[in-house]
Design a protein around this ligand. Structure first.
Ligand SMILES: *Cc1c(COP(=O)(O)O)cnc(C)c1O
Length: 809
């Protein structure tokens, strides 16, 4: 057990203020929004993208009494009864504590790194080893400087082996991870190409990754990835060379599995690997080699790998039947991944009702501490129903605040499903893999057709932070969620933005705003083009109109007169050069006079829109727009006698016009991962449009593909039909070789005309199987260029019949 004083012994403090040295510490926290058991938490004020010191007050309010901070100026006296430890660098301190905790365990610690496959190898090893050992694995994507520290903290006394993933993106990072994890067994999954991530050369990248194994006694890796200077007696390799410990003599692909003929210690074996794609086969061979290094007999390994399944490792949010939202996380169950899933549930406000389906925990020992932690986690979310599946999980039934239903086996709940009456609610499905809750997920989720747009909500958060960093902390941020969030969906995206405390949301039309309100969005919402017919809805759903002409201004005031409403918030749009909507300079005098003389509306903000903020050629024009705007906005403020929020910058304006951020900025396309600034902002991709190969056929030279015989084959060809056409938003101009898609990492071209619901790809040069996944826009910026449009059009053109699947990764 840790207390404030035992933690003080571990950390190098520069100053302390401790009133209760015996205060018990169980949890480490860094995000005040996620604090649950405040009184047993130690809060690290990290200097990340947002300074954690700003959230100390919030954490204190949630009961936290122990803080690690670095700001000397912080006044501890304002927090009665709290303990403060000052250090030079709070992240370093957190890592130091994690390293100390890890040192308490003499168990094997497997450190996994590599360019691809580390998460899947970790998950598979967990599945393979949990059969006979209590196995800890770092959760999901906890592989960064912060993530690894938090993951190590969760290793408990009962664990017999720990699997920890280490990810690095630039040189110099691995050293710190190594000192924390100190793997006894190292695993390198793959190396990948050199320039894919921040390294100068393949050698540099390899050397950096290899550092993780400094203290390891055994290193598992594919022999072809290991650079010759690094080979030593610790290496336990697999590959095509007879010297390899696991010597892969040949691989024989079958219809749905691969036969691997291997030799281990001079004895030949045949493994049945339940996959055919190269990446999965490689990852299985890595797992086989780790198990062999741990001393498992090949016969036993053989038996266990036959049961491996591809992992759907994301927390997915899907549309369910009966207007439910399903959050599917049915492949693992441990406290940390449960915590992540619960955080996600709390961000989702589209339904007031929330339910949980949860199974036994595998690989965790039930004791009072575990039980009380689990109960307090679950009770912190206001679930209406909790459905317990399994035997040991029933122990908590009496302690839960929700209505509890109990089932021993997954089959029992499957047959009782209709009686549970799921409707209009958010359902979290959280279960250990062996319970096979994905069957339940399939029953609850609405069927999707083959083409989906996957939206990574975490990337939206990340992109938001990139822009937040570029604006001063006092400047407000308005997020544009018009046009179905540039194609990405409505309340799912708005929920994430609300959770991340943007100041305003903006939609194009009133009905979009209504949908957000019905989805539980409480933020102020501006509507760009309100029509007279929709004023009633504006009022009932507290939506704030953009007022863009004298006509609409008069009409709205008359409407408010009729309803006797005062001080209704509005936003005034000025036309400074866009010539779309907005008051022209010649109308401005009159508009100001009307606004000054009415009590019906209250001007919340005044704004204008830049025509070409990112384009140097238009700098003079942009200057003129800004100057005119400033002048007119001043005029309005003088007339009104109160201050109003002024804003003019869109995404490109945020980057290129830092002097013109004013009181608020309006972030649009950048949020969705598209960088039009030309500055390489390193945004994360948000949406990925995917489809599958429906059919493959081999055709001789001279045949043609598709309507009007435009796809002439000049050689013997292999053609794949995929289920996406112009009715899905795949532009017809992308036909006949213009459009590129990616299959298994290979780029292929369209052939022939794009049809309404399908199109065809030339896959002659690559290995493909029917049913394989296809990424439709591997490079959406380039695709837009190729057909003479802009990414905005491609994104918003993805038809609403294409299902959106959300995940948080
Ligand atoms: C769409 C829109 C934005 C956002 O533009 P981006 O280029 O996507 O950042 C900002 N302001 C107004 C008025 C808009 O209509």
């Amino acid at each position: 057990m840790y207390t404030t004083s035992s933690i003080l012994e571990v950390l190098t403090s520069v100053k302390v203020s401790v009133s209760d040295p015996k205060s018990e510490i169980q949890q480490l926290e860094y995000d005040s929004r996620k604090v649950r058991q405040g009184e047993k938490s130690l809060f690290f004020a990290l200097k990340g993208l947002r300074d954690g010191h700003l959230f100390i007050e919030d954490a204190y309010r949630k009961g936290v009494r122990n803080f690690v901070v670095s700001d000397r100026g912080l006044d501890a006296d304002t927090y009665v009864g709290a303990n403060f430890i000052w250090v030079e660098d709070t992240l370093v301190a957190l890592q130091k504590l994690a390293a100390f905790h890890r040192e308490q365990f003499m168990i094997p610690v497997v450190g996994i790194t590599g360019s691809n496959g580390k998460t899947i190898v970790k998950e598979w090893l967990h599945q393979l080893l949990s059969v006979d050992r209590r196995c800890y694995q770092s959760p999901k994507s906890y592989n960064s400087q912060l993530g690894v520290a938090l993951a190590l903290w969760e290793i408990q006394q009962e664990h017999e082996i720990a699997l920890v993933e280490a990810g690095i993106s630039t040189s110099g990072e691995m050293e710190r991870l190594t000192q924390m994890i100190r793997p006894t067994i190292g695993v390198l999954t793959s190396l990948g190409t050199a320039h894919a991530d921040g390294f100068d050369s393949k050698e540099q990248k390899f050397a950096e990754k290899w550092q993780l194994f400094e203290y390891a006694h055994t290193i598992v890796a594919p022999s072809d990835a290991v650079m010759s200077g690094f080979l030593d007696e610790r290496c336990y390799l697999w590959g095509q060379s007879p010297e390899d410990k696991v010597y892969v003599q040949s691989l024989e692909p079958q219809a749905n599995h691969t036969l691997a003929h291997i030799r281990v210690e001079g004895v030949s074996h045949t493994l049945t690997i339940p996959f055919i794609d190269k990446a999965s086969v490689d990852n299985v061979l890595t797992c086989v080699t780790v198990l062999s290094a741990l001393g498992y007999a090949i016969s036993m390994i053989q038996e266990r790998i036959a049961g491996l399944r591809p992992l759907e490792m994301r927390l997915q949010l899907k549309k369910g039947k009966n207007d439910c939202s399903i959050i599917d996380d049915s492949y693992s169950n441990d406290l940390v991944s449960l915590q992540i899933a619960l955080d996600f549930v709390q961000q989702q406000n589209q339904h007031p009702y929330k339910s949980l389906i949860i199974t036994d925990f595998i690989g965790s020992k039930w004791n009072d501490k575990f039980k009380s932690k689990l109960v307090s986690l679950l009770n912190a979310v206001s679930f209406q129903k909790i459905i317990l599946v399994g035997e040991s999980i029933q122990q908590i039934a009496g302690d839960l605040h929700a209505k509890v239903h109990s089932f021993t086996h997954t089959e029992d709940i499957l047959s009782a499903l209709s009686a549970l009456d799921f409707a209009h609610e958010t359902i979290l499905i959280k279960g250990a893999r062996k319970f096979g809750l994905e069957r339940l997920g399939q029953l609850l989720v609405q069927k999707t057709h083959d083409t989906v747009l996957e939206i990574n909500l975490k990337s939206i958060e990340y992109n938001l932070l990139q822009y937040r960093q570029r604006i001063p902390s006092g400047t407000k941020l308005m997020a544009m969620v018009k046009a179905f969030s540039y194609g990405s969906g409505s309340f799912e995206v708005a929920n994430i933005l609300q959770f991340n405390k943007v100041d305003y949301l903006t939609v194009a039309f009133v009905d979009e705003g209504v949908e957000l309100r019905q989805g539980g969005i409480r933020l102020p919402i501006m509507v760009l083009s309100p029509h007279e017919d929709t004023f009633e809805d504006l009022l009932s759903f507290r939506l704030e109109p953009e007022i863009y002409s004298l006509r609409i201004l008069r009409a709205f005031i008359a409407f408010l007169d009729d309803r006797s409403v005062d001080d209704y918030p509005v936003h005034i749009k000025l036309d400074t050069g866009m010539h779309r909507l907005g008051f022209m300079p010649e109308e401005w005098e009159e508009a100001c006079t009307i606004l000054k003389s009415t009590l019906r509306v209250k001007v919340k903000s005044v704004f204008s829109h830049l025509v070409g903020a990112g384009n140097k050629d238009f700098d003079d024009f942009t200057d003129r727009q800004v100057n005119l705007f400033r002048q007119e906005a001043d005029q309005l403020e003088k007339a009104l006698d109160y201050t109003v929020v002024k804003h003019i910058c869109n995404t490109n304006g945020i980057v290129h016009r830092p002097a013109d951020h004013m009181d608020m900025v309006r972030l649009g396309i950048g949020l969705y991962g598209i960088d039009t600034s030309g500055k390489g902002l390193g945004l994360q991709e948000v949406g990925m449009l995917k489809t599958t190969v429906t059919q493959l056929r081999h055709l001789p030279a001279g045949e043609t593909v598709g309507y009007d015989r435009s796809g002439i084959l000049h050689r013997q060809s292999k053609i794949a039909t995929v289920k996406i056409g112009y009715a899905d938003g795949y532009d017809r101009r992308l036909g006949n070789g213009v459009g590129k898609m990616a299959i298994g990492g290979h780029i292929v071209s369209t052939v022939g005309n794009v049809c309404m619901d399908m199109c065809m790809l030339d896959v002659t040069d690559i290995d493909v199987v029917e049913g394989q996944e296809v990424v439709v826009f591997p490079d959406i910026v380039q695709a837009a260029k190729d057909i003479g449009t802009i990414p905005y059009e491609l994104l918003t053109g993805i038809s609403s019949r294409v299902k959106r699947v959300y995940y948080y990764e």
